[in-house]
Design a protein around this ligand. Structure first.
Ligand code: ZN
Ligand code: ZN
Length: 309
C-alpha cells in the first residue's frame, strides 16, 4: 500500500527507506560531465577570446537565473508563483539548457533529496555527508540506487505536457541548436565557451553550492528531527541567483523569494519583481504567507528584517 509522504510527489511503501542503498558509477552522467570539462578547459584555453568570455557570462547568467532558478526550481518544482504556461515553458527550456537534466529528471532529483533530507536519517549521498572530494565524485559521476526507493508521482499537468515530454527525451540534444547558432555567430570559440565551459561551470557550481549549503554556513532556522540542515552561503548569493540562501529554503520551501532579509541578495527575486510589475507573474508566495518548517535560532531573523518589494 502506497502512502504519500510530506513531499506530495513522493509515495512510500512500508519498507521505503532514504538510508540504505549503493552509490554506483553512472556512465552517462560521468561521461557527459567529463567531456564538457575537457572541452571546456582545453578548448577554452586554445580558443579564448573576449567575446567568447562575454557569451559565456551572459548565457550562464541567463540559463541559471531564468532557467534553473526561476523555471525549474521556483516554478516547476515548488509552484512558488504563477505565470502563463508559455512563460513557464520558456523558463524551463532555459533550465534544460543548463545541461543538468530534463524537466522530469530535475523534479525527481530535487524531490528525492527534499524528501530524504526531512527524514531522521538519510544516505550520505542525499545529504552531501561525505568529504569534499568524495562528494564531488558522488554528485558529478555517480547515482544512488536506494534499496527501497519512494515512488515519484509527477502531477499530470507536467507529466502529460507534450512540450515537457519532448524536453525530457532530448535534454542533451537541446545543446545542438544553441551550438549551431553560436557557431554561425562567433565560430568555435563561442561554441566552446558558450556550451562546454558554461555546462562545466554550471554543474560544478551546482554541486559545490549543494555541498556547502548542507555542511556549513549561516543558520537562522533550525529544523528538528531531520537528517541535515540547510545553510545560507552568503558569498555566492549573486552568482547562484539567490539559490544559496538554502537555510531560508529549508524553512520556507514554497517561498518565491529566497534571500528574505535586507542584506540577502536574490537576483532571481529581482527578475520576478519586474515580471510581477509587468503582470506576467502573480501570486508569488512569500514567507509571511507560509508556515516555517523550522524554529528561529538567530535573534536577527525577525519579520521586521524582511524587505519585500
Ligand atoms: Zn537542502
Ligand atoms: Zn527546493
Amino acid at each position: 500500500m502506497l502512502q504519500v509522504s510530506e513531499s506530495t510527489r513522493m509515495w512510500e511503501h512500508a519498507k521505503t527507506s532514504a538510508e540504505h542503498g549503493d552509490v554506483v558509477w553512472s556512465p552517462v552522467k560521468s561521461l557527459w560531465y567529463t567531456a564538457h570539462l575537457l572541452i571546456g578547459f582545453i578548448g577554452g584555453a586554445l580558443f579564448f577570446s573576449w567575446s567568447a568570455l562575454a557569451v559565456f557570462i551572459v548565457l550562464t547568467g541567463t540559463t541559471v537565473c531564468l532557467g534553473h532558478s526561476l523555471g525549474m526550481h521556483r516554478r516547476l518544482i515548488h509552484k512558488s508563483y504563477q505565470c502563463p504556461l508559455w512563460l513557464e515553458q520558456v523558463f524551463v527550456y532555459c533550465g534544460v539548457l543548463v545541461g543538468m537534466a530534463g524537466p522530469m529528471g530535475m523534479v525527481y532529483q530535487h524531490d528525492l533529496r527534499d524528501w530524504a533530507q526531512r527524514k531522521k536519517h538519510c544516505h550520505a549521498f542525499l545529504r552531501h555527508g561525505e568529504s569534499f572530494l568524495t562528494d564531488a565524485w558522488y554528485q558529478l559521476h555517480c547515482e544512488l540506487k536506494l534499496d527501497d526507493p519512494p515512488v515519484l508521482k509527477i502531477e499530470p499537468r507536467i507529466r502529460d505536457n507534450r512540450v515537457y515530454q519532448f524536453m525530457e527525451a532530448t535534454w542533451m540534444q537541446q545543446q545542438l541548436p544553441l551550438a549551431l547558432i553560436l557557431f554561425v555567430l562567433g565560430g568555435l570559440p563561442w561554441v566552446v565557451w558558450g556550451i562546454s565551459a558554461r555546462i562545466t561551470i554550471s554543474l560544478t557550481g551546482h554541486w559545490m553550492v549543494g555541498y556547502f549549503a548542507h555542511n556549513k554556513g549561516e543558520l537562522d532556522w533550525h529544523i528538528d528531527d531531520v537528517a541535515v540542515q540547510g545553510y545560507n552561503v552568503p558569498f555566492v548569493g549573486v552568482l547562484t541567483m539567490g539559490e544559496s540562501w538554502h537555510n531560508n529554503h529549508h524553512a520556507y520551501p514554497e517561498s518565491a523569494r529566497l534571500g528574505i532579509k535586507t542584506d540577502q541578495v536574490d537576483p532571481g527575486w529581482w527578475v520576478l519583481s519586474v515580471l510581477i510589475k509587468l503582470r506576467l507573474v502573480w501570486n508569488a508566495k512569500l514567507p509571511d504567507d507560509l508556515v516555517s518548517r523550522g524554529t528561529e535560532v538567530s535573534p536577527q531573523a525577525t519579520a521586521s528584517h524582511f524587505n519585500y518589494l
